[in-house]
Design a protein around this ligand. Structure first.
Ligand code: FES
Length: 152
């Protein structure tokens, strides 16, 4: 009986402080469990990896504004490249090169580049700019809402 009353007489500050600490720890634990790694730079690849395995319907990308005009983001785990060919315009394509199946590596000056044999594809429509690939990258559905790019 007296033990039940003890925590109440300690005061709200300690109780609330403890709750905040628990909430903070839970938030940190949640972040850690999503990553499965200790590096922020690998978070996207790792999260994408598990997303690709479990959901298969795409995922939320970084802020749209973080993708430079003329550039793009390659999401290896979901084999998708998101491009930003013009201000406010975003496109998504399969990141699997139509030549021999390598994953494209980069988007520069509105060109999606395959590192294996040098094929280049248009960041606007996925068409071949330079071979050896002869077929375009397949287009993928994409939407932008509240500054976030979402696949699917
Ligand atoms: Fe991409 Fe050959 S696999 S250019």
């Amino acid at each position: 009986m007296s033990n039940v009353n003890m925590p109440i007489t300690i005061g709200r500050r300690k109780v609330l402080g403890g709750a905040a600490a628990v909430a903070g720890a839970a938030a940190l634990a949640a972040c850690g469990s999503d990553d499965n790694t200790d590096s922020a730079s690998t978070t996207t690849a790792d999260a994408d990896s598990s997303g690709a395995e479990s959901s298969g319907d795409g995922g939320l990308l970084p802020d749209a504004a973080s993708i430079a005009v003329g550039g793009g983001v390659v999401m290896e785990a979901v084999k998708t490249v998101v491009t930003h060919p013009a201000d406010g315009e975003y496109k998504a394509f399969s990141a699997v090169c139509t030549h021999k199946g390598c994953t494209v590596s980069d988007v520069t000056d509105n060109e999606i580049i395959c590192p294996c044999h040098g094929s280049k594809f248009s960041a606007e429509d996925g068409s071949v700019i330079e071979g050896p690939a002869t077929e375009p990258l397949a287009s993928r559905p994409i939407s932008v809402a509240d500054g976030k790019v979402t696949l699917g």
